[in-house]
Design a protein. Structure first.
Length: 356
């Protein structure tokens, strides 16, 4: 059975922009082109789109006016809105996001990127709707409450991770692979009693799950840098390094509205410390040795291993054996020597782990 096509409303007063947008989306979605905000609301009386692409600069009713009305009506408040606009200043972008926009895409856009970002937001909306339906019927599902909530949280988390990787497609399935490698490394440490005291209070499943957020700060890096096919310049690399602190800040924002839990505790340490080095030459804090949280020291090994063995647009992948030799060589400089020993005990299992 064919999947029902999602409906996209494209709102722009420029006919050329409507045609370009429709041509970019028509293969994947049912596209409704609308030349004004007023006509969008007429459309909404007979069609409920799954997502709205909205221009800002329109006469009579601009994009900001439209989204205010959409968000004030219970019937339309949950429809994801993406601003598709020529305005590139950060003030306009922040205003749109503050009004409830899901994303902000600049013209001219790349059709593949536009389709990918739409798909990511549709997935998030779908999971949110499923979670809401669950909450509405919670009294019926009481006996399965804990299990179902956990499963839904995992789905939403995976959707967020997919969105991160959609923006950084060059990394492939980096997040999924590093999660698998981290699980193998932790299993080996438990088998050999490594760091037993420090790990005694950990929920290992929560730690492994939270590792999916170690690169969440990439969401704050511009596409020009994140998607650049060539090696980054020194200046661009410095900007890219900022993803670590961006990630910490994003997780802190989530913590404000969330009860204290192991998942976010581990996520913050993984995001903030996976680029630190044993000898103190890493970033962002320049700390060394056991001052680096164990979570960061663990993530550093699996993160570097996957980067070395994966092809990027700017480099070739190297073999498993070469990567292991590099990690072994950098024991005591880049990596915690004790953890490198554990890695060497399980490197064969890591090599045989699924790559997808």
């Amino acid at each position: 059975m064919l999947r029902e096509r999602k409906k996209i409303a494209l709102v722009d007063d420029n006919i050329t922009n409507l045609n370009v947008g429709k041509n970019a989306l028509i293969q994947n979605y049912s596209v409704y082109t609308v030349p004004s905000g007023e006509k969008l609301f007429k459309l909404l009386t007979r069609v409920v789109p799954d997502l709205i692409l909205l221009d800002i600069e329109m006469p009579e009713m601009n994009g900001y006016d439209v989204i205010r009305l959409l968000k004030s009506d219970r019937e339309t408040a949950d429809i994801p809105v993406i601003f598709l606009t020529a305005r590139t200043d950060s003030k306009s972008e922040m205003e749109g996001l503050d009004l409830g926009a899901a994303d902000y895409i600049f013209k001219p856009f790349s059709p593949p990127s536009l389709n990918s970002r739409i798909e990511a937001h549709l997935l998030v909306a779908q999971q949110r709707a499923e979670l809401q339906r669950y909450n509405d019927n919670l009294h019926i599902l009481l006996n399965e409450k804990t299990k179902t909530i956990t499963e839904l949280q995992n789905i939403v988390l995976k959707t967020m991770v997919d969105f991160i990787e959609v923006r950084d497609s060059a990394t492939g399935k980096h997040i999924e692979r590093t999660q698998r490698y981290l699980q193998i490394l932790l299993d080996t440490m438990i088998e050999h009693g490594c760091c037993k005291k420090e790990m005694a209070s950990w929920d290992i499943n929560s730690l492994v799950l939270s590792s999916q957020l170690h690169d969440i700060g990439n969401m704050s890096i511009s596409d020009d840098i994140l998607l650049k096919p060539e090696q980054l310049t020194e200046e661009e690399h410095e900007i890219m390094k900022g993803h670590v602190l961006y990630g910490v800040e994003i997780i802190k924002e989530i913590e404000k509205d969330t009860p204290e839990n192991d998942f976010l505790y581990h996520a913050k340490l993984l995001a903030g410390n996976h680029h630190e080095k044993w000898d103190g030459s890493g970033y962002p804090y320049g700390i060394s040795g056991e001052d680096i949280p164990l979570q960061g020291r663990l993530m550093a090994i699996v993160d570097v291993y996957d980067t070395l063995t994966s092809e990027r647009t700017y480099k070739k992948a190297i073999s498993h054996k070469e990567a292991v030799n590099i990690i072994k060589k950098e024991s005591g400089t880049h990596f915690d020597p004790q953890l490198v020993d554990m890695f060497l005990l399980c490197e064969q299992r890591i090599r045989e782990a699924p790559s997808h």
